[in-house]
Structure formats: structure tokens, C-alpha cells
Design a protein. Structure first.
Length: 747
């Protein structure tokens, strides 16, 4: 609704009553001036019209007072937590800052409010709350455990107040969160009463008919049920008393929510749930007699009533891993009704109830264990120890320093070890996503706003709890060996190793085919033994290393062919030309006898000479369609340069007699490597836009990309394989159309 607050007479009277109750309960813990300052801040927010009703139409001042009172009565919180609850509406409407609160009321109050605000930001991610990971992330975000306790109290109060709301959709969402998130948290913290209330109210709002069906059945059978319990425990009481044992018995009826869960699980009506209640027999005896007296009680009961062996649970001989000890038996009582009986000692009952045995796990609430269990258990004991409430002022969460939780764009929550990177998350999603990952767009947990579209980072970026991460990929990206030092998880490492192995095998086959084609073009017979000798002569012990370096361009094909011919013919490499410049004469007869070893495109050199041995110069990387010339090297070969090569003026000035004409004549299927320099604004997604243009063209291959960003500008080199200058000009035009690109040039 977001209506401005206009207190009704009933709300005003209710607020005054709640304030009086709060003052009475926490007066001893308040400091001088607390009450006056709090009243001043609340009245100012109300008078200036800065407070608004929530989407249920509830008054935030009244609900905060209700939550504060509930936190005192049900949880035992005092001054700092209560002040934080009361001042939180002022923080929400912008009247106060957390820093101002910390200055006025102390750092503990500020810390609690900071935790509440962080979790408020976390909720904007629209996460999937029905996950254990989200509960753990919530706890890790709460710097002070009282933040979680306040949230539980606030949700219980909210569930009480929205009974008659007309906003059914919001009511349903709140109820689902109560069932999946807040009830399990309350259970973990030993707040069983609040846990049961949350579960029952959520069932009431989510499945109205089921709730009232069970409630009516329980009300109708209460008198009969109480009478039956008396008839059942009467004989047991007499027998145990006769033995001289010290004990007491208590019965408990299952909650409406528990009964409904049982009905759904067993696919039976209300009448089919035979364990609507359970009897606990708690024995007071010395430690050394515990097992003896428990088994003695077991024998007495099973002598009196027929037991169901399938329903017996012996956690006395072998306690649960969490320390829980008890004997559970189900017996057929009067009128052939099944009754569950739990037998334990005072010590065992205290362990089960106080949390040393993690009672929430005994109840079946799943968790991932470890430090979280012990830590929550410690908090629970502090709550039950009144002297521990003050100690919580100094209590900070240091749990799960070795784990982080991040969101996917859809709101799914993933857990990783601390130090994990974007690449870890990419491989966690899927092997193909990891192998094609180029980076990510991250919206961090801190300082997030609705307009924040995130920042683009590399795949080396370390992740932090609460980050929302969108993985960016490119079809031209391939896994590399150095990636193994970037990832943290063993899962990612194993997937990278597998991907590299598969890539190397594919590349080796392609390179081998390319090499065989080059040999056929040169009309050279390829002999495996000679090729192995060639590999060894070139310094390679493994064929995989040889083919890998051919694939990445580290090893030149011409070098391999020359060495192969040398070994095949048993001749030494040609000696360099030592004649003076004046004596140098181009031997065209030698040139005409050679074949091209680099390109299948046809170059005409000199006076219509084709099939000449030439190499493309690396200084200017000419491609088909460029205006080119030939330069005769001292060994008699020819290097092909672009006419606008940076070295051309110097070569013409000093070695003009070595320059020969050259031009392209025929077109083959060759691919040439060119490098483009791109300069532009460092806008979000600009790199992805550039690479997507290249990836969409089947005849273009992006070999590598190197980007450097500084002061809002980026400068990068793109190495691309293409067929001719026409395709190059088309690509440059397309890249220049990308928003933010200032300059594209070939280098």
C-alpha cells in the first residue's frame, strides 16, 4: 500500500500500551537518554510524513513495538536488539543513517542495523529460499546473531498480523518463506515454540482447508485423547512407582503441521495417524545406572503392552552421531491404539532439549553440518543462559570463512570454497560453459541498486558471498593449461584437464592433416620414420608437443618441411649468400624450380614466375588482396611484404636491388593471420559485442584477444584468421559500428 501513516485511535492506544510494557521489561538495561532519543526519532519520522505503511497496510511503528516485545518474551533479547528493532523503521525511511545510530546508541546497535540492511539487500536478489545454502548465506550475512533472532521474531509477528489481509499473493509469499526458511532457523536455534507457531500459521494461510480440518478433529478428540493418555500411563505409573524408581511422565500432542505432514507422507486420513501424541518417561538416576534403568523401564512397558518391533529405535546402545540418546518404542495400548513411548534419563533429556545433541537434527531438519552446527548450538546455549545475553554484544560471526555463496541470474544459490573464481562457477554450471568462458558480469552484494547492471570482469575474478554472477562465453574461447592455476575447485581442475586433452587430440589430428596436405602440395613423400627423426632434430620428445606448437603457431610449417627435406636428402642446410651488394644477382632459374610452402593462393613473382618458394613476412603479415612486393633473402628465398610495410622504406633504400615485383594471381582456401588494434570506451559488454561479431562469421576465426583498460578507455589487439582483404575491410567496418568503439586499425 505504502500509505502515509495516520494513526488510528486504536493504533495510538496500542502503541502506548506496548511502549509501557517494553519500558517495564527492559528499563534496567537502558542507558540514560535512550528512551527520549528513541521517542524523538520516531515522532519526527511520523510528523514529517516519512514513514509509510507496508504492503499489508500495517503501521511500521506498531509492528516494530510488537516485534520488540516478542523478542524480549520469547527469545530473551534486551537493550541493543530492542533499540535496533524500534529504530529500523527510521533507517528504512531514510530519517537516520546507521552511522548516526551507532554514534547515539553505541556500535552494537549500529552493527545489528547494518546486518538487517545487508539481509534486506540480499532479499532483492529474489533468491530461492527453500535451500539450505540460502539459510547458511543468510547466517553468514548476519554479523551479529541477534539479526537472525530479530528476523525470526519479526516474521512470527508478521504472520500473526496478516490473518485478515486482502493481499493474498503477498500473504502466500510470506507464509512460504516462514515454512521454508524461518521455521527451520528457529528450530536450529532451539526456539521450538516459535518454530511450531510459524509452521502452523503458514499451513493455516497456505492450506486453509487442511489446517481447519485437522484443528477441528483435534478439538473434537481432545477430551477423549486426554482421557486415553490417563488410562495409558496409569498402569505404567503404578508399576514404575512400585520399583522405587524416580521418574516423571509427560505427554505431548503433535502440532497441526506435523500431523498434516504425516498424513501426506503416509497417504492416510486424520484417523490413520496413530501417533497423534507421544509419552515421555524421564528417569532421575545416577550416570552409572542410566542404561540399566532405561532397559528396566523398557521391559516393564513391553510386558504390559504389545510392542511393534519395526518401530523400535535403540539410540541408547549406539547414540546418534550428534550425541542423542533415548529408547523409542511403539506399543499397542488400550482399545488397540498405537502409542509412541520415549524412555530417557534427566541427563539425556537435557542434552536433547538444550542443544548439545542438536535437537533440530533429531527432528529431521537437514543441514550440511560441520562448523555451522556447533556454532548455532553455542548460540542456542547462550540464549538459554541469561548471563550469555550480554556476551552477545561482543559476539561476531566468523563462521564459514572457508565458504562463499553466490547467485545465478535466476536466483539459484551456489556454494564454493573461499577464493573460488568466475571460472570455477562456469565449470560448475557445465563443462561447455567453463571451456567457453571469457568472463562474467557481476552485481556485488555491497552497494547494489536496482539500476546497477553489474561490472564486466575476467574469468580470473575472485567471487564473494552475495555476488550475482552472469557467465559470459564465446564460441572461440578454448581452455588453456594456465587455467589450472586460476581455479580453486577440484571439479573445475579435472574438467579443464579433460577439455585440454580433448582439444589437443583434435588439434593434433587437424594439424597432422594440414601437414600431410602441405607435403602433397610440395610433391614430397611423407615417411613416418623420417618425420619422427625430424621431430627429434627439432628438439621434440613427444609428438603431442610437436603438433601442439604447430597448431598455436610457435613452430613454423616451413621449418618442419625444410628439416624433413634436409634429413631425407642427407644434405646440409644452404649456406648464406656472402657476396657483396654489387655482385648480387637474383637467380631466377633457382626460384622458378621451387614450390610455395606457405599458401595455396597463387603469387606471381618477377616476370610471371609462379610456384616460387616464398614466405609471408611476420612484420606486416600480408594477406590475399594486399599490394605486395618480394624481398630476396641471403639464402635465396623470398619474403613477401606489404607495400605499406613499416620496413619497406628502409629495404628499398638499402637493398633496392633485392626487391622483386609480386602480385596475387589465383585464390585458394588459405587463411591468414592479421592483428587489429581496437580503441574505445570501456563500456559494459563492449568486449562481448566485439567478439560476437567475429564469432557470427563462419569464415572468421578469433585466435586471441588481449584487452587493457585504463581511465575509462580500453586498448586491445584482436588476432583473427581470414581469407582476404575484402573480408578484412568488411570486418573493420562492422567493428567500427559497435557503440563505444573509437578506432579500429590493422597493425
Amino acid at each position: 500500500m505504502n500509505e502515509q501513516i495516520d494513526f488510528t485511535s486504536a493504533e495510538r492506544e496500542q502503541a502506548l500500551t506496548l511502549l509501557a510494557q517494553l519500558r517495564e521489561k527492559i528499563a534496567p538495561s537502558l542507558q540514560e537518554g535512550d528512551e527520549a532519543k528513541t521517542r524523538h526519532h520516531l515522532m519526527k519520522a511520523i510528523e514529517e510524513g516519512q514513514m509509510r505503511r507496508d504492503f499489508f497496510g500495517l503501521n511500521p511503528v506498531v509492528t516494530s513495538l510488537q516485534t520488540a516485545l516478542l523478542a524480549i518474551d520469547e527469545i530473551g533479547l534486551r537493550r541493543d536488539a530492542v533499540l535496533a528493532i524500534m529504530l529500523h523503521p527510521c533507517i528504512e525511511c531514510g530519517l537516520l543513517s546507521i552511522g548516526e545510530v551507532a554514534d547515539s546508541y553505541g556500535p552494537a546497535v549500529g552493527r545489528i542495523l547494518h546486518g538487517l540492511e545487508r539481509i534486506h539487500e540480499l532479499y532483492k536478489q529474489n533468491p530461492v529460499v527453500e535451500s539450505e545454502n540460502f539459510r547458511n548465506l543468510l547466517l553468514s550475512f548476519a554479523e551479529d546473531m541477534r539479526v537472525i533472532l530479530i528476523m525470526i521474531a519479526d516474521r512470527v509477528n508478521l504472520m500473526r498480523q496478516i490473518r485478515d489481509t486482502a493481499n493474498e499473493e503477498a500473504k502466500r509469499e510470506v507464509s512460504q518463506e516462514a515454512a521454508y526458511l524461518y521455521a527451520p532457523l528457529a528450530h536450529k536455534l532451539g526456539l521450538y515454540k516459535l518454530k511450531s507457531e510459524l509452521e502452523d500459521l503458514s499451513l493455516k494461510y497456505l492450506e486453509h482447508d487442511a489446517y481447519y480440518h485437522i484443528k477441528e478433529k483435534l478439538n473434537a478428540t481432545k477430551a477423549a485423547r486426554d482421557a486415553y493418555i490417563e488410562r495409558f500411563i496409569g498402569p505404567i505409573n503404578e508399576k514404575l512407582t512400585a520399583t522405587g524408581m524416580k521418574f516423571h511422565m509427560k505427554g505431548r500432542t503433535k502440532s497441526i503441521h506435523s500431523i498434516w505432514q504425516k498424513m501426506k507422507k503416509q497417504h492416510c486420513p486424520f484417523e490413520g495417524v496413530y501417533d497423534l501424541f507421544a509419552i515421555r518417561i524421564i528417569i532421575d538416576c545416577p550416570l552409572e545406572e542410566e542404561k540399566q534403568q532405561c532397559w528396566k523401564t523398557f521391559a516393564i512397558i513391553t510386558d504390559m503392552y504389545t510392542s511393534n518391533p519395526k518401530r523400535m529405535r535403540d539410540w541408547l546402545s549406539v547414540p546418534k552421531s550428534n550425541g542423542y540418546e533415548s529408547l523409542h518404542i511403539t506399543v499397542k495400548g488400550p482399545e488397540d491404539k498405537w502409542v509412541e513411548v520415549q524412555i530417557r534419563t534427566e541427563r539425556m533429556d537435557e542434552v536433547a532439549e538444550r542443544g548439545v545433541a542438536a535437537h533440530w537434527r533429531y527432528k529431521g531438519v537437514k543441514a550440511d553440518g560441520g562448523g555451522m552446527d556447533e556454532w548455532l548450538n553455542g548460540i542456542r546455549q547462550m540464549l538459554e543462559d541469561t548471563s550469555g545475553i550480554e556476551a552477545m554484544d561482543q559476539f561476531k560471526m566468523d563462521l564459514y570463512d572457508d565458504e562463499i555463496y553466490v547467485f545465478t541470474p535466476r536466483g539459484d544459490l551456489l556454494k564454493f570454497p573461499k577464493g573460488a573464481t568466475v571460472l570455477d562457477m562456469a565449470y560448475h554450471i557445465h563443462s561447455k560453459v567453463g571451456s567457453h568462458c571469457t568472463g562474467a558480469r557481476i552485481r556485488s552484494a555491497e552497494g547494489r541498486s536496482p539500476s546497477d547492471t553489474g561490472r564486466v570482469v575476467t574469468f580470473r575474478q575472485e567471487l564473494h558471498s552475495g555476488d550475482q554472477v552472469e557467465i559470459l562465453t564465446s564460441s572461440t574461447q578454448r581452455p588453456k593449461q594456465e587455467w589450472l592455476s586460476i581455479v580453486k575447485t577440484s571439479r573445475a581442475k579435472s574438467k579443464i584437464r579433460l577439455a585440454i586433452k580433448e582439444t589437443q587430440q583434435k588439434e593434433a589430428l587437424l594439424v597432422k592433416e594440414m601437414l600431410e596436405r602441405k607435403f602433397r602440395n610440395r610433391k614430397i613423400d611423407l615417411d613416418e620414420s623420417t618425420m619422427m627423426r625430424t621431430m627429434k632434430k627439432l628438439g621434440y620428445k613427444e609428438a603431442s608437443d610437436f603438433y601442439r606448437q604447430l597448431a598455436d603457431g610457435t613452430l613454423d610449417v616451413s621449418t618442419v618441411i625444410d628439416k624433413y627435406i634436409e634429413l631425407q636428402q642427407g644434405d646440409k642446410a644452404p649456406v648464406g649468400d656472402t657476396r657483396s651488394a654489387e655482385e648480387f644477382v637474383l637467380d631466377t632459374s633457382q626460384i622458378s624450380s621451387l614450390k610455395s610452402q606457405v599458401s595455396e593462393d597463387v603469387l606471381v613473382i618477377g616476370k610471371d614466375l609462379k610456384g616460387v618458394d616464398y614466405q609471408l613476412a611476420h612484420c606486416c603479415n600480408p594477406i590475399y588482396g594486399d599490394r605486395v612486393f618480394g624481398f630476396v633473402t641471403v639464402s635465396g628465398g623470398i619474403k613477401i611484404h606489404r607495400c605499406d610495410c613499416p620496413n619497406a622504406p628502409e629495404m628499398r633504400r638499402r637493398f633496392g636491388y633485392r626487391i622483386v615485383k609480386a602480385k596475387w594471381s589465383g585464390k585458394g582456401e588459405s587463411q591468414y593471420q592479421i592483428t587489429l588494434r581496437v580503441i574505445g570506451n570501456d563500456d559494459l559488454g563492449i568486449v562481448n559485442n566485439l567478439t560476437s561479431i567475429i564469432s557470427k562469421d563462419e569464415k572468421l576465426v578469433l585466435r586471441s584477444i588481449n584487452i587493457d583498460s585504463h581511465d575509462g578507455l580500453f586498448r586491445g589487439n584482436l588476432v583473427v584468421m581470414m581469407g582476404d582483404t575484402a573480408r578484412l575491410e568488411t570486418l573493420i567496418k562492422k567493428l567500427r559500428t559497435v557503440k563505444g568503439v573509437k578506432q579500429v586499425e590493422r597493425i
